[in-house]
Design a protein around this ligand. Structure first.
Ligand SMILES: [Zn+2]
Length: 304
């Protein structure tokens, strides 16, 4: 049961030879998601062997070019490859204006339909749900309206204790109820689900905090998450620049991860002025030990 993140781009606004602009690919139990789509993301998807054509949901956090300029190329390639299935896009409302203008000027139309959903920058909103997963957007504090995204598996069914089926003469309907945390009545006797079932798999979660200044308002949205990605554009020496440009330092990212009780922190969106990211991990680790500096192609599987 996969829950795997691939970093396609760990760089900030200016791409470099080894750091592409922001984009991430998430495979959760064969559901395929693209989070932001900086320039060149389609090449990165191929390079790191992601399911290029299987992505059905694209999340764009905000409309700074380094987070969405790759989208036009990616959608165009999908169309050229003959895609016909709907593509769901969750983004600031103006993105659809840009896409429509581009298509009109270039005289092209995609072979597939776009299902466009505008993000809410005021409060957290559940933007996707199926039988195993929920996805929420939540506002962060950047220089333009910007959202982070939380991907969270639903609590799985409980597992029935096999011997109890025979002992209590449980039928298929009873078992279904009990696994879904409902009590049931068998031969006039109430069976408590907790007595005949055990916990199933734990629910895994990933929070992508997009571009943001240090903002403690994020913490409740990402509480107890397994892995948090928090931008870390600058080192502490440029803290005032971070504050001015509505970005964060490594230490600030670590403070959010620590306060949110996250299990692991991934930092990224590194400014092109830094050749090495070692210092970022060093600084973040003084606050939050389990920190990893993202690099293009970095893959991480959240285990059950
Ligand atoms: Zn930005």
């Amino acid at each position: 049961m996969k829950f795997e993140l691939t970093i396609l781009g760990c760089g900030g606004a200016i791409p470099t030879l080894d750091k592409n602009p922001t984009s991430q690919y998430l495979n959760i139990q064969d559901r395929h998601f693209l989070i932001d789509c900086g320039e060149g993301s389609q090449i990165q998807l191929r390079k790191y062997k992601c399911k290029f054509s299987k992505i059905d949901h694209i999340f764009i956090s905000h409309l700074h070019g380094d987070h969405f300029l790759g989208l036009f190329g990616y959608l165009s390639t999908l169309s050229l490859l003959g895609r016909t299935s709907i593509m769901n896009i969750y983004a600031p409302k103006d993105l659809i204006v840009l896409i429509d203008a581009h298509n009109e000027i270039s005289g092209k139309k995609y072979n597939f339909e776009l299902n466009f959903k505008s993000l809410d920058f005021k409060k957290p909103v559940k933007i996707f749900e199926d039988n195993i997963l929920e996805i929420f957007s939540f506002p962060v504090s950047h220089s333009v309206p910007c959202c982070g995204f939380l991907f969270k598996e639903k609590l799985s069914q409980r597992n029935i204790i096999k011997e109890k089926i025979k002992d209590l003469s449980l039928g298929i309907g009873d078992i279904k109820k009990l696994k879904n945390r409902e009590n049931c009545i068998v031969n006039g006797e109430t069976i408590q689900y907790e007595d005949v079932t055990v916990l199933g798999n734990k629910s895994r979660s990933y929070a992508y905090c997009a571009d943001t200044k240090y903002d403690e308002k994020i913490i409740p949205f990402v509480k107890d998450v397994d892995v948090i990605y928090h931008e870390s554009t600058f080192l502490e020496e440029l803290k005032s620049k971070a504050s001015k440009t509505k970005h964060s330092t490594a230490i600030q990212a670590a403070k959010i991860a620590f306060s949110a009780n996250a299990k692991m922190l991934i930092i990224g969106h590194f400014s092109a002025r830094y050749d090495s990211v070692e210092k970022f991990t060093e600084e973040a680790s003084t606050i939050f030990d389990n920190t990893i500096a993202a690099y293009d192609g970095f893959k991480y599987q959240i285990k059950i």
